[in-house]
Write a protein that binds this ligand. Structure first.
Ligand SMILES: Nc1ncnc2c1ncn2[C@@H]1O[C@H](COP(=O)(O)OP(=O)(O)OP(=O)(O)O)[C@@H](O)[C@H]1O
Length: 437
């Protein structure tokens, strides 16, 4: 490549980034140490030198997946020292046994990054044109509609992908021209992963035959994005009317919509809650088995580690709660006991109201639950008084009876039936601890 062309590549990359920054100056760069984010960071350092007044920070996420991850973190640190950029190194924990390690890593990575992102900062990641093409193909392989085929947006909230229109080849040229050093992740060569298979085996053939193939795919993705934006614009006022404060969806109006409109509204709802899009089949199952379930049913549908529930004609997207009925929680009454899933904190109060009978002695214990925007009530499972409370407070079924087994002084006692209300004002209610041994 001639010097002239190289200089052109350099200025194209910097100019493109500058254009996309559009005056924003405070940036957090997701820096993996790979060639793409190395080029991104270096180009930003160059722009900073040219008095663009940029405030740069970088973040490296240590997934602990590769045996080389420590040395990658070290490499990123050294590089940032040279460029005088503060670097955050954050370790995340993944569970290999839980499967889909790539997806887990991605989710944990973005969660960790967003924890560090300041409100006035822009997150910059280094996906490029060829990544965009691969993402489009991966969506095609899943049979996605326009939402999936939109691939990655250039900008989404506080997240910018300033290299999205730059090709891999241009990035590599820039890296070589600047004699940059970067990390080669050994897993990039493993075509067992779908993305690598596309990159290594499929797209080179297509790009060889049609030199602007990736640009054309990116254009299709952009057209899909425009269609999505249009649908969003057309439905947004209706959507606002049927979504509640807790992001629950009023399903009554959905019954009068056409299938197309209903599915579009449901997709908007999932998107709003940052959950991966359900497939067409999953959408129709949600419609049939949850929304259309018999009135007295208590339907549940699990999607991407969340559960979809219906209650009083509203659709809720909730975390998957632990089965605390099977859990044993040791409790020293001198300290407070945190219940799982944010169910609250148990605290004993020796100026008691209610009696707990333990084998050795009779002791009176009352238990208070502390409100944290919610309040918790523990009572005997299904007793008449508790049923009344459920009704009064509109407690949905999935919050009604959660029974942890609790040890006190090495004796198994049980707080029988825990439930949570969201609006709770009265915040503290005492209950019976029942001895069950
Ligand atoms: N370990 C990491 N630490 C910090 N940033 C990272 C790390 N891995 C990836 N990134 C950032 O994310 C960008 C995209 O990387 P990659 O394509 O591997 O992720 P991805 O999960 O496919 O992202 P997306 O789904 O948003 O395309 C990188 O260019 C880099 O900016």
């Amino acid at each position: 490549m001639s010097h002239q062309n190289q200089a052109k590549t350099k200025s194209i990359i910097e100019q493109t980034i500058l254009q996309h920054l559009n005056g924003r100056q405070s940036l957090l760069v997701a820096f993996s140490g790979g060639v793409d984010s190395t080029v991104l960071l270096q180009a930003l350092v160059n722009l900073r030198q040219k008095s663009q007044n940029l405030q740069l920070r970088a973040i490296y996420i240590h997934h602990g997946l590769s045996k080389n991850a420590d040395s990658w973190a070290e490499h990123c640190q050294q590089q940032c020292n040279i460029w005088q950029i503060p670097l955050i190194i954050e370790k995340v924990k993944l569970d290999r046994a839980a499967g889909n390690i790539e997806e887990q890593a991605r989710e944990a990575r973005y969660q960790a990054i967003y924890r560090h992102l300041k409100s006035d900062e822009l997150l910059c990641t280094a996906q490029h044109l060829d990544d965009q093409c691969e993402t489009f193909f991966l969506a095609l392989k899943r049979g996605s509609g326009p939402a999936g085929l939109s691939a990655m947006p250039l900008e989404n909230g506080q997240h910018l992908r300033p290299l999205l229109t730059i090709s891999r080849q241009e990035i590599e040229q820039y890296a070589n021209q600047h004699q940059l050093t970067w990390i080669e992740d050994e897993s990039n060569q493993d075509d067992h992963y779908d993305r690598n298979f596309l990159r290594l085996k499929v797209l080179p053939t297509l790009n060889q035959r049609w030199p602007h193939f990736s640009q054309m795919v990116a254009r299709s993705a952009e057209l899909c994005q425009q269609q999505e934006a249009l649908i969003h614009e057309l439905l947004s006022s209706e959507f606002k009317q049927i979504i509640g404060n807790a992001k629950q969806l009023n399903i009554q109006p959905l019954r009068d919509y056409s299938d197309y409109k209903r599915n579009a509204i449901l997709r908007m709802w999932f998107k709003e809650q940052h959950i991966g899009m359900p497939s067409q089949k999953q959408l129709s199952l949600i419609w049939q088995t949850v929304i259309q379930a018999k009135e007295d049913a208590n339907p549940q549908f699990i999607l991407h580690n969340r559960q979809i529930r219906r209650y009083q004609n509203q659709l809720y997207l909730l975390p998957l709660y632990q089965d605390i009925e099977q859990q044993i929680l040791p409790w020293d009454l001198n300290t407070s006991l945190s219940l799982p899933d944010n169910l609250g904190i148990l605290q004993s109060n020796y100026q008691t109201k209610l009696t707990c009978r333990l084998p050795q002695k009779e002791e009176t214990v009352s238990v208070r639950f502390h409100a944290q925007g919610q309040f918790q009530i523990v009572q005997r499972k299904g007793s008449r008084s508790i049923k009344k409370l459920w009704q009064e407070h509109h407690i949905p079924p999935w919050q009604r009876t959660r029974i942890p087994l609790i040890y006190y002084n090495e004796q198994l006692i049980s707080a029988v039936g825990v439930f949570v209300t969201e609006q709770g004002k009265g915040s503290q209610i005492s209950f019976n601890l029942k001895q069950i041994v």
